[in-house]
Design a protein around this ligand. Structure first.
Ligand code: ATP
Ligand code: MG
Ligand code: MG
Ligand code: MG
Length: 476
C-alpha cells in the first residue's frame, strides 16, 4: 500500500466516523514556543488549552512534522525520520477513550477490502499507563486484546503533558511485532526496535499544575483525545520493508542517491547509513524550504542549514568526489512527495534555487576550511593526542565559517574528540570583545577597523536557537 493511500485511508475512516478532515498546517509553527511543528496536535493547541473554541468536535489530519531531537537517530534506527507525517484523530470534549480505543483497533485490524489496514491482531501489542486501569479494561474486555499483550508502563513512557501547567493525561500505544529476527522477545517494554511503535493515543483528562507531571490538580471539565500515528512506519510495515527509508517515498530518493554516487544500497552498513541520511535529509530540506524556511544561522534557518550540510557531507563520503547532487535529488523528492503535497511542484523553482545556492555556499566553505582542518588533525595525531584543540576549532569557525557541529563531526570521523570547553571560552571572549566594542562605539572612541572582524564573526555565526523548541519533545 503506497504512502499516499495509507494517508487517504486513515482520513476516510475518520471522516466516515464523523470527523472533519483538516489540511496539514505549515511546518513553520504559529506557536511561539516552538520552532517547527513536531506533532499533529500542535495546530490544535489553542483548542486544548481552552484559548479558542474548536469549530468542530472531531477532526482528523495528516500533519507534516519535523523533530530535530531525532536527527541523530536518522539512518541508524529503522523508524526515525527528521521529517515525517503524523496521522491523527482528535476529539475536543466529544468522545473519550471508550470510543477512541475501539476506533483505533478497528482501523488497524479491519481487512484491507473493508477500508482497514488488515494487521494480524496476533502481532499487535498495546501499552497503557500503569495507573490507567480504565484503558486497560477497554483493551481487554471491549476490544479483546489478550492480557499478555497489554503492558503497563510508567510516566516516562505513557504519560503526556505539554511540559507546562495545563491539560495532561495518560496515553496508550499500539506496537507491531516485527518478529524474532528484529530483536528480543518480551513486548515493547523489552525492545522497541523489534516492537515498533505505530500509534499513540493521548487521553487528556487531568489538569496539571506548575510543579511538574506529578502535580495533578484534578479532572478537566472537558476531556479530549489526541492521537498520532506514524505514516512512514505504517508504510514500512504495509510495504514489507525493513525500515522507513526503504518505503516508496524515501526509497525513491535513497535509490537515486545510490545511483548518482555509484554506490549499492545493502553492501555495507556505513554506506547504507549515509544513503538513509541523504534520503531523509533531502526530503526534510525540500519540505522546509517549500514551507518558507531559508538557510541561516539561527533557529529554523539553522536547522535547515545543518540538515543540508549533513546531506552534502554524506554525499561526498559516498561518492568520493565533490560534485553537486542536490538539484537532482531535490527533484526526486518533489516527485516522490508531490502526490500528497501538490504545492511542491508549484514551488519547485524556488525550492531548487534555495537548495542549490546553499549547496554551492557550503562547497565554498568546505573548500577553504578542509585543508586547515586536515593539517590540525594531523598535528593532533603527530603529538600523540586524540583531542582536536579548541583553538583550531575556533579558527575554523572564525576564519572559514565552520560551525562547531561540522568540526565535531569531521573530528569524530577521524577518531578525534574536540576540546569544546576551550572553543566555548574563545567564543565567549569574542562575544565579550564585540560587546565592549559596541559599547565603546556608542561612546564614540572606538577604532572600528580593529574590531569589525570580531563583530562580523559574532554576528554571523553565533548560534542561539536549536534546543529551545525541544522542550516539547514529549508532545504526543
Ligand atoms: P519513539 O518512541 O519511537 O521515538 P515517540 O514515542 O517519540 O516514538 P510520539 O511522540 O508518540 O512518538 O509520536 C506519535 C507517533 O509518531 C509515533 O507513534 C510514531 O509512529 C510517529 N513518530 C514519532 N517520531 C517519529 C520519527 N522521528 N519518525 C517517524 N515517525 C515518528
Ligand atoms: Mg521519540
Ligand atoms: Mg515512544
Ligand atoms: Mg509515543
Amino acid at each position: 500500500m503506497k504512502t499516499a493511500e495509507i494517508a487517504r485511508r486513515f482520513l476516510a475512516f475518520f471522516e466516515n466516523n464523523g470527523h472533519t478532515v483538516v489540511p496539514s498546517a505549515s511546518l513553520v509553527a504559529e506557536d511561539p514556543t516552538l520552532l517547527l511543528v513536531n506533532a499533529g496536535m500542535v495546530p490544535f493547541k489553542p483548542y486544548f488549552l481552552g484559548e479558542r473554541t474548536a469549530p468542530y468536535d472531531r477532526a482528523a489530519t495528516a500533519q507534516k512534522c519535523v523533530r530535530t531531537v531525532d536527527i541523530d537517530e536518522v539512518g541508524k534506527t529503522a523508524r526515525h525520520a527528521s521529517f515525517f507525517q503524523m496521522l491523527g484523530n482528535f476529539s475536543f470534549g466529544d468522545y473519550f477513550k471508550e470510543r477512541a480505543i475501539p476506533l483505533a483497533w478497528q482501523l488497524v485490524t479491519d481487512p484491507v477490502e473493508e477500508g482497514g489496514f488488515g494487521f494480524d491482531p496476533e502481532k499487535l501489542w498495546v501499552t497503557v499507563y500503569t495507573e490507567d486501569g480504565e484503558a486497560e479494561a477497554i483493551w481487554r474486555d471491549q476490544v479483546g486484546v489478550p492480557p499478555e499483550r497489554i503492558q503497563r508502563r510508567g510516566m516516562a513512557d505513557n504519560f503526556w503533558s505539554m511540559g507546562v501547567a495545563g491539560p495532561c493525561g495518560p496515553d496508550s500505544e499500539i506496537y507491531y511485532d516485527r518478529g524474532p529476527e528484529y530483536g528480543r522477545e518480551g513486548g515493547p517494554d523489552a525492545d522497541e526496535d523489534r516492537y515498533i511503535e505505530l500509534w499513540n493515543l493521548v487521553f487528556m483528562q487531568w489538569e496539571r499544575g506548575p510543579k511538574g507531571d506529578t502535580d495533578i490538580l484534578g479532572d478537566l471539565p472537558r476531556k479530549n483525545i489526541d492521537t498520532g500515528m506514524g505514516l512512514e512506519r505504517m508504510a514500512a510495515i504495509l510495504q514489507g520493508v525493513d525500515n522507513i527509508y526503504e518505503t516508496d517515498t524515501l526509497g525513491a530518493i535513497l535509490h537515486r542517491a545510490a545511483e548518482l554516487t555509484g554506490t549499492a544500497y545493502g553492501d555495507a552498513e556505513e554506506t547504507d547509513v549515509s544513503l538513509r541520511v541523504v534520503a531523509d535529509h533531502v526530503r526534510t530540506a525540500t519540505m522546509l524550504v517549500s514551507d518558507g524556511v531559508k538557510p541561516g544561522n539561527e533557529k529554523r534557518g539553522y536547522v535547515l542549514r545543518r540538515i543540508l550540510r549533513r546531506t552534502v557531507r554524506n554525499l561526498r563520503l559516498l561518492s568520493g568526489d565533490d560534485s553537486f547532487y542536490l538539484h537532482e535529488l531535490t527533484r526526486t523528492a518533489i516527485n516522490a512527495m508531490g502526490e500528497i503535497y501538490s504545492e511542491l511542484e508549484t514551488n519547485a523553482e524556488m525550492i531548487h534555487s534555495v537548495i542549490d545556492a546553499e549547496e554551492k555556499n557550503f562547497a565554498d566553505t568546505l573548500r577553504s576550511g578542509t585543508s586547515l582542518f586536515q593539517r590540525a588533525a594531523e598535528r593532533t595525531r603527530a603529538a600523540g593526542s586524540t583531542v582536536f584543540s579548541g583553538a583550531d576549532a575556533f579558527q575554523l569557525h572564525d576564519t572559514y565559517g565552520f560551525p562547531i557541529d561540522l568540526t565535531l563531526e569531521m573530528a569524530r570521523e577521524q577518531g578525534l574528540s574536540v576540546d569544546e570547553d576551550t572553543f566555548q571560552s574563545l567564543m565567549q571572549r569574542q562575544r565579550d570583545a564585540a560587546k565592549r566594542d559596541a559599547e565603546a562605539k556608542k561612546l564614540g572612541n572606538a577604532d572600528p577597523g580593529v574590531y569589525s572582524k570580531l563583530l562580523e564573526g559574532a554576528g554571523t555565526t553565533e548560534f542561539l536557537g536549536y534546543t529551545d523548541h525541544e522542550s516539547e519533545s514529549r508532545v504526543l
